[in-house]
Ligand binder design. Sequence first.
Ligand code: GDD
Ligand code: MG
Length: 370
Amino acid sequence: MQAVILVGGQGTRLRPLTLTVPKPMLPLMNLPFLEFQINLCKRHGVDEIIMSTAYLPEVFQGHFGDGASLGVKLTYVTEEEPLDTCGAVKNVEEHIRGRFLVFNGDVLTDLDLTALIAFHEEKKAKATLYLTHVEDPTAYGLVPLDDDGRILEFLEKPSPDQVTTDLINAGTYVLEPELLDRVPAGDRYSFERQLFPGMLEDGLPMFGFPSDAYWMDIGAPAKYLQAHCDILDRKLPFDFEGREIKPSVWVADGCDISAEATVKGPAILGPGCQVAAYAVIEGNCVLGPGCRIGEGARLEAAVLHEGCTVGAGSILNCCVLSADVTVGERVNISGEAVLGGGVVIEDENDLRHGIRIWPGAKIPAATLHF
Ligand code: GDD
Ligand code: MG
C-alpha cells in the first residue's frame, strides 16, 4: 500500500526550532522524526511513501533521497503555495493507484496499521480515521462515534462546550482514492474543516478506529520533550544505538566522559560528546552529536541538538537547545525554554517560563533573569 505523509506545515508552535528545520525533520532521539513514521510504515508493509512538502522542501530530499537506505521508495511533491491538508493530497493524486494511507507528519505512534486497514476493509468504509483518547480535545479534531464505530460528526478545534467525547482524530487515515474527486485541484482544502464534514453531510461511510496505542503530536515544545522522555521510558519500541554503559545510559562512539562525571539513566549521548568532571547528567537527557558539557554542569530532561556547548556550573532542566547553541558558565535554563540554532548565552543568565530565543541571538552576560 502507498502512504502520503503531510510535511508541509510551518510548525509555528515549535519556533524557533522550526525556523531552520521543518518539524518532521527535527531530531527525536538524534534521528529525524520522520524516520519513526517511515519505519512504522515499513513494519506494516507500506513501502511506497509520497512526501507532500511545502515549507523548506529541500531538507527532506536532501536527507532521505530516494529512500533506498531506509528500504522504502520515496517520492516528493512540493506545493508552490501551501494547499492545506487535503489540497496537499489532491496535489499528489497522479501518484496514487488505489486505497492509501495519509499521515500527519508530526504524530509519533506505534499504531497497528495492519489492524487499521483490516478494520477499514471490514466496514467497507470510504474513510477510516485512527482515533485516540486525550484529556483536553480542544486542540484537536473531535470525533464522536456511534456504537458501530461510524463517525457522527467531525469538529476541528472544538470549543469546550462542544466537547462530548475524549476521542480525537489522531492524524492517520485510510482513504479510498475516489474521495479525491470531491476535492478541487490547485486550491486550499482541508480534511478537517471541509472533506470530512462534507462526507458526513452526504452520508458517506466514515469510520473511527479508536486505539490505545502510544500516541503523541510532537508539535509543541512540551510534547516534543515528552516524546523523548516516553521513548527513553520505553513506552514505544526503539532500537537504542551505541553502548549501554549502565542501565538505560546509551553512549555512541567517540564520547569522552570524565571518570568524575555522573551520568544517570535514562539518557543517550550521540557520537563524540564530551562530559567534564563533576558534571551530572540526570535522567531524560538526549545529547546530539558533538555536545560538550562543562565541569560541574547539571542537566535533566534536556534535549540538545548537535554541537551544543554548556559551560561550567550551568544548570539545564526541561529545555530544548537547537544545533550549535553555546551556553556560558553558571547559566540556568529551565521551564521549557527553547533556544534556536547558534544562539549564544553568555555567563550568569537565567532563562525560564517558556522563553524562546531566536536563531543567531547573543545574550550578554548577566542580562536576562526571565
Ligand atoms: N503539504 C502540506 N501543505 N502539509 C500541510 C499543510 C499544507 O498546506 N498544512 C499542514 N500540513 C501538515 C503539517 O505539516 C502537519 O504534519 C499536518 O499537516 C497537520 O498539521 P498541524 O498544523 O500539525 O495540525 P494540528 O496538529 O493543529 O491538527 C491536526 O492534527 C491533530 C492530531 O495531531 C488535525 O488533523 C487534527 O484534527 C488532529 O486531531
Ligand atoms: Mg500537529
